[in-house]
Design a protein around this ligand. Structure first.
Ligand code: SF4
Ligand code: SF4
Ligand code: SF4
Length: 358
């Protein structure tokens, strides 16, 4: 019988190998979750076990849940792409582009499809913090992209254990959507993941080209290199490979993302999913004009939620132009190829080092 793997293997094969996406899936499904046994060290940006603890010998939930140990299998779905804008001026003002994510969530809350939404807010100085928003005000506080890792799946545990919610929306990057899919598929035998698998009703993925280390992007680059006072920043936006930093209507910086390429997390360099293929609906800001969001519907349930938001006037939508759809498909292809190429490069390097040691 094959020996069961545990956190030590996850550490070696994923975290220390530079593949961790910091999705938080391992933390949320840890068998000893109630004891806070496995957590996220945000200064190191990695999952860690509480000092002095040892895993029970028959466990390994964290290892088998990790989407970077083995990718979940993609199921056939829809692919309808729309250009969307929120009808709510307050939402449009604070949100990224068309405010589609916030308005879809507001609609899902109003329609009682979900009781709460797991999102990421700014806890000060643009440090991401996972929150459970239960109304429009909570959603508005979490609006806008952060571009630094947040371990969003830990919010699933919070939604159940702290807020007693059994029907939530999960908003996150493609890796987080894949991690949740993994919980659904392999988590049936593990008590935490089993509970969680019926807990998330709606998954909204965010287009993603990469996340950056908080210390490197916010402190080293923006604060020290560019002389920007982080607490003044009201919005960060990466659009068409340019990073825009705003303080209200004032643009503090506009810089090519090549400048921050070195600050990208290692785990993002092997990532193959741009659009959030494991979500019900995914949203991003490419392929549509400024002030609009691109929305891809992947599942029948996603379509129901989208149509309900349209019907109740939360959003306006029209099918995306061919050029917009082509651009999204091109970025999907490029990211997949780049992720595969990086994996192959790392594999060859590892082989070479092993040969040199022999
Ligand atoms: S990718 Fe996610 S599940 Fe895997 S080790 Fe990192 S945080 Fe844990
Ligand atoms: S899930 Fe099990 S093996 Fe993994 S960290 Fe928790 S106790 Fe250890
Ligand atoms: S690039 Fe991939 S691993 Fe990195 S945050 Fe985006 S989806 Fe996650």
């Amino acid at each position: 019988m094959e020996e069961k793997k545990d956190f030590g293997d996850l550490e070696r094969e994923v975290i220390e190998a530079g593949k961790c996406a910091l999705c938080g899936g391992c933390v949320a499904t840890c068998r000893l979750l109630d004891y806070g046994y496995l957590g996220v060290d945000f200064s190191e940006e990695r999952p860690v076990i509480r000092e002095g603890q040892q895993c029970p010998s028959d466990c390994g939930y964290c290892y088998y849940q990790c989407p970077r140990v083995e990718k979940p299998e993609l199921r056939e779905g829809l692919e309808e792409i729309y250009e969307v804008v929120s009808t709510d001026e307050e939402i449009r003002k604070v949100c990224q582009d068309g405010g589609a994510v916030t308005s879809l969530l507001a609609s899902a809350l109003a329609d009682a499809i979900v009781e709460g939404c797991i999102t990421v807010a700014d806890k000060g100085e643009w440090k991401p913090e996972v929150r459970v928003a239960m109304n429009k005000l909570g959603l508005i506080k979490s609006a806008g992209s952060k571009y630094t890792p947040a371990a969003t799946l830990t919010g699933i545990a919070d939604a159940i254990l702290k807020y007693d919610l059994w029907s939530v929306a999960l908003v996150g990057t493609p890796c987080q959507m894949a991690a949740y899919e993994k919980m659904l598929v392999v988590g049936r035998d593990t008590h935490n993941a089993h509970n969680f698998s019926s807990n998330v009703r709606l998954r909204i993925g965010l287009f993603c080209k990469g996340a950056y280390s908080y210390d490197k992007l916010m402190k080293e680059y923006l604060e020290r290199k560019r002389g920007i006072n982080i607490s003044e920043i009201t919005k960060l936006n990466i659009s068409e490979d340019v990073l825009h930093v705003y303080a209200g209507d004032n643009e503090l910086l506009s810089a090519e993302i090549d400048e921050i390429e070195d600050y990208k997390r290692d785990g993002c360099k092997v990532c193959e999913d741009f659009s959030g293929l494991f979500s019900d609906i995914s949203v991003g800001n490419v392929g549509t004009p400024a002030g609009k969001s691109s929305v891809i519907i992947h599942t029948d349930f996603g379509k129901e939620v989208f149509e309900s938001a349209l019907q109740w006037g939360f959003i306006e939508a029209k099918p995306i132009d061919n050029s917009g759809a082509d651009l999204i498909h091109r970025l999907m292809k490029e990211k997949k190829e780049a992720g595969i190429a990086e994996k192959e490069r790392r594999m060859s390097k590892k082989k070479l080092m092993e040969q040199q040691r022999q």
